[in-house]
Design a protein around this ligand. Structure first.
Ligand code: IPM
Ligand code: MG
Length: 356
């Protein structure tokens, strides 16, 4: 089979980690007899510098013409002072929205080999944890009405959170379907003691829950969830939550796996075309120095094989290779917390390729 993969390398460490994932995909292609055709497009600061726009129309068209898309990261200090609608981050929100990818899957699990890198006390993580954050990705406050106006105290800025029943229902379905294939538990996270959008969220999630009798559904307030994630992460199976809460909680979940450099993500809509990216950012401070952990992006490529192309054995092989490399004790700098012996981005990728 031939697959056309759009590549959005982006900024900072984006190019390095995407290139690692490309090497892994090429090896998988050789081994299993697939042809991956890579089509690069500009996004973020790189696109701003080259074209004056963070998300050029050719990029959107190219992604929509691809079977799936792999993205590195966007943003950096060079573009931090641009107005909100011209920032690199706007391109990321824009491409997710243009591809109608409302479901963002962010799995976080503790690899037994990384137990020592987890910042939580050993007794807290003795049973490990394996959770999936299902983040709503194209609605809520990141897409709501925003701006400046004059208020009681003079100049003020505002952002608004808005969720329709339709948007909540479709992300709830995605979460319940995922839970059916996992351990059958959904925790819906909101702030229903304060926010009206959260009250609609809670009501809608419970209506949908009725269609999944095999899945148990409980609610948790977001402040409590932030605490529970570090108090007892193994209580969670599937977490479903809004765009902003999912953004915040997924960074927290990543850190308890040992490093934010470990977490992949899949963004999906109604079809099979997806956008796959690590949950971390462009890390401009370590860009271009062969220091970045490529694992989150390599695992994102595995998710692409699994969810967009239904290449289960191939996805399993990548995940097993990452497992083997970590079990053998290989680490990038982010996983060593200052201890010596780190592999660079390229060397870690070489190890993963060797394990394949
Ligand atoms: C993420 C990032 C993005 C987001 C930013 C860069 C716009 O934090 O993918 O989690 O908020 O979604
Ligand atoms: Mg984030």
């Amino acid at each position: 089979m031939e697959y056309r993969i759009g590549l959005l390398r982006g900024d900072g460490i984006g190019p390095e980690i995407v290139d690692s994932a490309v090497r892994v995909l090429e090896k998988i292609g050789e081994k299993y007899g697939h042809r991956f055709v890579f089509a690069p497009y500009l996004i973020g600061g790189a696109a701003l510098d080259a074209t004056g726009e963070p998300l050029p129309p050719e990029t959107v068209a190219g992604c929509l013409a691809s079977d799936s898309v792999l993205l590195g990261a966007v943003g950096g200090p060079k573009w931090d002072d641009l107005p909100g609608d011209r920032r690199p981050e706007k391109a990321l929100l824009g491409i997710r929205s243009a591809m109608q990818l409302y479901t963002n899957l962010r799995p976080a699990r503790l690899y037994p080999a990384l137990r020592g890198e987890c910042p939580l006390r050993p007794d807290i993580v003795q049973d490990g944890f394996d959770l999936l954050i299902v983040r709503e990705l194209t609605g809520g406050i990141y897409f709501g009405d925003r701006g400046y106006r004059t208020g009681k105290y003079g100049e003020e800025a505002y952002d608004t959170e808005c969720y329709s029943r339709t948007e909540i229902a479709r992300i709830a379905h995605a979460a319940f379907r995922a839970a059916e294939r996992r351990r059958g538990r959904v925790t819906s996270i909101d702030k229903a003691n304060v926010l009206e959008t959260s009250r609609l969220w809670r009501r809608t999630v419970h209506e949908i829950a009725g269609e999944y009798p095999e899945v148990t559904c409980t609610d948790m307030l977001v402040d409590n969830a932030a605490m529970q994630l570090v108090r007892n992460p193994s209580q969670f199976d599937v977490i479903v939550t809004s765009n902003m809460f999912g953004d915040i909680l997924s960074d927290e979940a990543s850190q308890i796996t040992g490093s934010i450099g470990m977490l992949p993500s899949a963004s999906l809509g109604d079809g099979t075309r997806g956008l796959y990216e690590p949950i971390h950012g462009s890390a401009p401070d370590i860009a271009g120095q062969n220091l970045a952990n490529p694992i989150a992006t390599v695992l994102s490529a595995a998710m692409m094989l699994r969810y967009s192309f239904s290449l289960t054995a191939e996805a399993d092989a990548i995940e097993a290779a990452v497992d083997a490399v970590l079990s053998a004790g290989f680490r990038t700098a982010d996983l060593l917390h200052g201890r010596p012996g780190a592999l660079g981005t390229v060397e870690m990728t070489d190890r993963i390729l060797a394990a394949l």
